[in-house]
Design a protein. Structure first.
Length: 187
């Protein structure tokens, strides 16, 4: 079922530290109910530029009340901060940094971000469940490996396999969102 204005987002990186050389290798966006869009280039600044151009396109009215909903698994804690830092590092290539940062902030402020980790995964005193943990518990087919595999695939030049991995992550996240939608009342 297509849900207008709702997009699953995931990024693949070479590691966990955007300030010390780890970079974005691929960005995936999946309109709910549709095929994923993958942003890839050997040059990280081009990946970011393509992604931000796409964000600008889907937020045609700019910072209005009608903001798209972005669905992630740990977007607050990883994807969005990583995107911000790597965008800052490449700001001369990408364009107006203030607009891009404002869009992320606006999406979060307008409650247009559903972070499944926050909504479903944080139980005090318990280990935060992985995407695979959530998928297994809900009977959803699992991911194609571990997040630790992503950098290896990139450095080995296995870009097709990395793309498959990212697409599967997007599908799993989408399926968890669809199952959990009744509990996410404000969306």
């Amino acid at each position: 079922m297509i849900e207008e204005g709702k997009y699953v987002l995931d990024i693949e990186t070479t590691g966990l530290d955007p300030w010390r050389g780890d970079r974005i290798t691929m960005i995936g966006v999946k309109p709910v109910g549709e095929e994923p869009i993958i942003f890839y280039d050997e040059d990280e600044s081009i990946i970011l530029k393509k992604f931000w151009d796409w964000i600008m396109k889907i937020t045609e009215k700019g910072l209005s009340e009608e903001c798209p909903t972005i669905i992630t698994k740990n977007g607050d804690g990883f994807d969005f901060p990583f995107l911000k830092v790597r965008t800052l590092i490449h700001d001369r290539v990408i364009g107006d940094l203030r607009i891009r940062s404002a869009l992320i902030d606006h999406i979060m402020e307008m409650q247009s971000h559903i972070d499944l980790q926050i909504e479903l995964g944080q139980v005090e005193g318990q280990k935060t469940p992985s995407l695979n943990d959530m998928a297994k518990a809900l009977g959803i087919p699992e991911k194609l490996g571990s997040g630790k595999d992503s950098p290896k695939l990139f450095w080995q030049g296995k870009i097709d396999k990395l793309q498959e991995y990212l697409k599967r992550d997007l599908e799993v996240t989408e399926q968890i969102y669809i199952r959990a939608r009744p509990l996410l009342m404000r969306w």
